[in-house]
Design a protein around this ligand. Structure first.
Ligand SMILES: NC(=O)c1ccc[n+]([C@@H]2O[C@H](COP(=O)([O-])OP(=O)(O)OC[C@H]3O[C@@H](n4cnc5c(N)ncnc54)[C@H](OP(=O)(O)O)[C@@H]3O)[C@@H](O)[C@H]2O)c1
Length: 347
């Protein structure tokens, strides 16, 4: 079968630095068209992607109407995701959208409703759901540590003035709730909920540490999951000098595990111990994970859904991404209420 023709909308940093190299690794995808608000940037992108200059479109509407475009890859400031989905449905184009699903819960709900009324595959590119570690944790390690009772998830890092994403104006004055907390937080929450299941309620406190973040940029919180499991979730990269680290500790009645995928590690590790207590504790066992290229994996998944024409084949659907943004929304609401426990909105 010939490759699927993709039209890229929003040819900014991530389209250029990550999606384009990803497409070059997938024979089933061929970039054929692009659009960007500032056209010169789309022209530069087209040259890099070997897209003919006449396939650089002048409006968002017109690229969605293009007959030779099989699906759209949208990398817009997320307040425009709903507009893009409306155009996708109107023009019957499958669409992959960058995360978070939308700028707020109202828009996220509209996207979920539109996705339910159409047969088109619609994917949210939260990316971390494609980590191999998720299956290893769920199928191989968690069964060894008995009934899961709680967790501690922590992803923290130092403020970085040279963060290239910081320079984007839509992040400096975020219309999306939570600013960096939803921008990066939904990746973490996709991973957490893929492993342990949905979150029922949140008590949290947020704070703005850096004016450049445009809004609150650190979150300290407690979650109650639908399963009854309780835990803590700490997130932020606005601190003073500290080693960037991400660790997910899961406590069971017959052991515990630590999934550490901090950037300083050569490979992510899962370290676990079994035993009902200190007297019967095993030695720690360390499993190194050969992680997948999660960007390739998510586009391979989307392409397979487009080819099958079955929207059910999409791994991260709008409903999943709605939940992840809803957790951030609940944390923000909780913080505004001084840390009160807030139920996570359901679709
Ligand atoms: N999955 C991940 O790990 C990951 C990582 C980074 C980013 N992302 C996502 O990728 C998307 C793009 O992020 P980025 O970092 O690449 O940002 P970016 O460089 O600012 O790219 C956004 C693009 O959208 C265009 N745009 C801005 N306002 C617009 C408007 N009103 N109408 C139409 N187009 C508009 C911009 O065009 P101009 O050239 O005119 O400004 C720009 O080229 C975001 O959704 C972000 O959340 C995902």
């Amino acid at each position: 079968m010939s490759p699927l023709n993709v039209g890229i909308v929003g040819t900014g940093i991530f389209a250029t630095d990550t999606h384009l190299p990803t497409f070059s690794k997938i024979p089933d995808i061929k970039p054929v068209a692009c659009y960007n608000r500032t056209k010169a940037k789309a022209e530069t992108f087209a040259t890099k992607a070997s897209i003919p200059q006449e396939q650089v479109y002048d409006s968002l509407e017109s690229i969605f109407e293009a007959k030779d475009v099989d699906f759209i890859d949208a990398l817009l400031p997320v307040q425009f995701n709903l507009d893009a989905v409306k155009l996708a449905v109107k023009n019957k184009k499958p669409i992959a959208l960058e995360k978070p699903i939308a700028a707020n819960m109202e828009q996220a709900r509209s996207i979920v409703n539109l996705s339910r009324e159409t047969d088109l595959p619609i994917a949210i590119l939260e990316n971390w759901s494609y980590r191999k570690s998720i299956d290893i944790l769920k199928k191989e390690i968690i069964p060894k540590i008995g009934e899961v009772v709680s967790f501690t998830y922590k992803s923290t890092g130092p403020w970085n003035d040279n963060n290239k994403y910081l320079a984007t104006s839509w992040r400096q004055k975020p219309e999306h709730i939570g600013g960096f907390l939803s921008d990066g937080g939904v990746h973490q929450l996709a991973l957490l909920t893929d492993v342990l299941g949905p979150v029922e309620s949140v008590s949290g406190l947020t704070k703005q540490l850096r004016k450049e973040s445009g809004t609150d940029d650190v979150l300290f919180s407690t979650f109650k999951l639908a399963s009854g499991v309780i835990g803590t979730f700490t997130y932020g990269s606005s601190f003073g000098a500290t080693e960037k680290s991400t660790s997910f500790i899961i406590y069971g009645l017959e052991g515990s595990l630590t999934y550490d995928f901090s950037p300083h590690l050569a490979k992510p590790t899962i370290t676990y111990q079994t035993g009902a207590g200190s007297a019967s504790a095993s030695e720690p066992i360390v499993v190194e994970v050969d992680e997948a290229n999660t960007f390739v994996a998510e586009f391979e998944n989307f392409v397979s859904a487009v080819k099958s024409g079955n929207k059910g084949d999409v791994h991260v659907k709008p409903e999943n991404a709605f939940h992840h943004l809803a957790i951030v929304a609940a944390a923000l609401e909780s913080s505004a209420k001084g840390g009160d426990n807030v139920k996570v909105e359901t679709i």
